[in-house]
Design a protein around this ligand. Structure first.
Ligand SMILES: [Mg+2]
Length: 400
């Protein structure tokens, strides 16, 4: 009896499939051999700033940061960092250390680094919140994977949209003359744009300082202001009304993050775009504030829980039409500043500029701090974060 044509076709398909799979496995890229984590260290450091930076609610004189050092079975190292930020994430240095030592590090020992996304997800289920600690761990895993694979961190998270960023300089001196002198000196060094800390002095003095800075800087230099939630609605409206000639690029976090009604009123009545920083801890926060008239967001790794979440947030901002400022936290070293550069080079846009904080430290803890050349910081081209930690400097600034 003659067989129907369909049957041999079906048989051939079923029989050929295992051979095709074998052929692919032989010719295609080999799976990476497992790389197990053998040691995780949480290290507290206090690195002095070159001079204190005053902002509403807190003056930062030294950087009290968590470092995470992850060592793989073959000796490859990855480093991560998160600033303590009691008035931003609620993270204290002791809390960051305890989060890693007691909850996150034990779950990583013996795990395969190539399962990084699954590991980070499992860690988030094991310890909710604690976004600074999660960010430092993910950063160290990405650095480790990049070094083991010979790839830049940015290439592990989707690739580069740009290969350099032009950092802005933060101004937060006690006296206006010092802000002006510093702005002019930093302009000569090549800094691109300034953000003035406000909400710390009498309102009339801050209005005068903003106008004076614009006059000295000229019309072309981007100038923004950050109140760190230090204004009332009335003060914010008066400040924006009286500084119209300063042509501010944006005003960051003028009000208490919970005051969404105030945000909506301010956004409706003022021409200057309003940004959020302390008010953003999740993608849901971004959506909620965008509905109230928010125009842009400051993305910090410590607030969102790490690189993956920050990239998701950046894509959400693009969909919502929000501007983006990528920022390290005052004052993370070249470890987290390098991570911020990779983030700023990976996001669709960083139209509200980039803030890198290692420039404010009296000393750094890497062998070659990220340099400012021709007004820009270049995306490091070494594997992982692309920086080399100086373990002697880590020991020097270590505190417990
Ligand atoms: Mg801010």
């Amino acid at each position: 009896m003659k067989r129907a044509p369909l049957i041999p076709c079906k048989k051939a398909f079923v029989m050929d499939k295992p051979m095709q799979v074998r052929a692919f496995a032989q010719d295609g890229p080999a799976a990476r051999p497992e790389l197990r984590i053998r040691r995780v260290d949480a290290i507290a450091v206090a690195v002095p700033l070159a001079k204190p930076l005053a902002m509403s609610g807190v003056t930062v004189a030294d950087a009290r940061n968590l470092l995470v050092r992850i060592e793989a079975a073959d000796g490859t190292l990855g480093w991560g960092e998160a600033a303590s930020a009691p008035t931003m994430t609620g993270d204290t240095l002791g809390g960051l250390l305890a989060a890693v030592r007691e909850h996150l590090a034990p779950a990583l020992i013996g795990q395969n680094v190539w399962m990084r996304p699954a590991l980070c997800r499992a860690l988030r289920a094991r310890l909710v919140g604690n976004t600074g600690a999660h960010s430092a761990i993910e950063m160290a895993l990405l650095d480790l994977c990049g070094r083991a694979a010979g790839l830049r961190l940015v290439d592990l998270v989707g690739g580069a949209m740009r290969t350099e960023v032009k950092p802005m300089w933060l101004l937060g001196n006690a006296a206006l003359e010092d802000d002006i002198a510093e702005a002019l000196a930093k302009t000569k060094q090549g800094f691109h744009g300034f953000k003035l800390k406000v909400g710390t002095k009498p309102l009339e003095a801050e209005i005068a300082a903003t106008l004076a800075l614009r006059e000295k800087l000229g019309p072309a230099v981007p100038l923004s202001a950050d109140a760190n939630a230090g204004f009332t609605l009335a003060a914010a409206r008066r400040y924006l009304d009286r500084t119209r000639e300063a042509d501010l690029q944006f005003l960051e976090q003028p009000l208490d993050p919970a005051d969404l009604r105030g945000l909506a009123t301010l956004a409706r009545s003022c021409a200057v775009p309003i940004g959020a920083d302390e008010g953003i801890h999740s993608l849901a926060d971004i959506e909620r504030q965008a509905r109230r008239g928010l125009a842009g967001v400051s993305l910090k790794l410590i607030k969102l829980g790490g690189m993956s979440a920050a990239l998701e947030a950046a894509n959400l901002c693009e969909r919502l039409g929000l501007s983006i400022n990528v920022a390290a936290k005052i004052a993370e070293t070249s470890i987290a500043s390098a991570a911020a550069v990779h983030l700023a080079c990976a996001v669709p846009s960083a139209d509200w500029g980039v803030s890198l904080t290692h420039f404010y430290l009296a000393e750094d803890i890497v062998k070659a701090p990220l340099p400012l050349g021709e007004g820009a910081v270049t995306l490091p081209d070494g594997p992982g974060l692309g920086i080399e930690v100086d373990e002697r400097a880590v020991a020097k600034f270590r505190v417990e």
